[in-house]
Design a binder for this molecule. Structure first.
Ligand SMILES: NC(=O)c1ccc[n+]([C@@H]2O[C@H](COP(=O)([O-])OP(=O)(O)OC[C@H]3O[C@@H](n4cnc5c(N)ncnc54)[C@H](OP(=O)(O)O)[C@@H]3O)[C@@H](O)[C@H]2O)c1
Length: 174
């Protein structure tokens, strides 16, 4: 039985996971802000014992590296828990080598920091760490963009596929 906890379960990819699973949601509107250490600690302390999948999904536009901090904190907490699974939502933008502006560059580097962290954390931790790298997803932020888009359910399906088939890394684009 998979029991999920997620950061950012109120919209976009996170909402799809939240509504389709047994899931606890941690986001600002439920009283948790991944930018602060105390809030990240609260998230960890409030994860139910039954939770075995933590989806590190929320990305903060006010602190691009907060999601990386959340990743470290949950990995350290579950480092001896071989039956627990962390699912990190990175981005294909981590591969960007020719950014068009400073914000894109910073987003790319923030996502790359998650990918790099996972290389280290997989050596340090017994828990499983799955890394999902989507291309553009059909969310509110992208609604005016005229480009092929994944659906949030595509991300959810790939998470379940990775968990069931013992896969560590998935890059998915439309
Ligand atoms: N959309 C895409 O095209 C795309 C592509 C590749 C990767 N991704 C990645 O997928 C993940 C989800 O993206 P999305 O587009 O689905 O997001 P979204 O629709 O913008 O939703 C963001 C979620 O994060 C929460 N959140 C924002 N700041 C937070 C904070 N400081 N602390 C806690 N929760 C916070 C929000 O809830 P509250 O407002 O209640 O806090 C909301 O539930 C991100 O890591 C993003 O980088 C997205």
């Amino acid at each position: 039985m998979l029991n999920f906890a997620i950061t950012g379960g109120t919209s976009g990819i996170g909402a799809c996971i939240f509504t389709n699973t047994e899931c606890q949601n941690f986001s600002r509107s439920t009283g948790y802000d991944i930018r602060t250490k105390s809030s990240r600690n609260d998230i960890i302390n409030n994860i139910k014992d039954s939770v075995n999948v933590f989806v590190n999904n929320a990305f903060s536009n006010l602190n691009y590296f907060a999601q990386t901090e959340m990743l470290y904190d949950i990995a350290e907490h579950w480092r001896n828990e071989k039956d627990k699974i962390i699912v990190n939502i990175s981005s294909i933008n981590a591969e960007l080598r020719n950014p068009r502006d400073f914000m894109r560059s910073k987003y790319s580097i923030a996502k790359r920091s998650q990918d790099n962290a996972i290389e280290h954390l997989r050596q340090l931790c017994d828990c499983r760490i799955i890394n999902i790298k989507p291309g553009m997803v059909d969310t509110e932020y992208n609604k005016h963009k005229d480009a092929p888009k994944l659906q949030p359910s595509d991300i959810f399906d790939n998470i379940l596929y990775a968990i069931k088939n013992n896969i560590q890394d998935i890059t998915i684009t439309k």
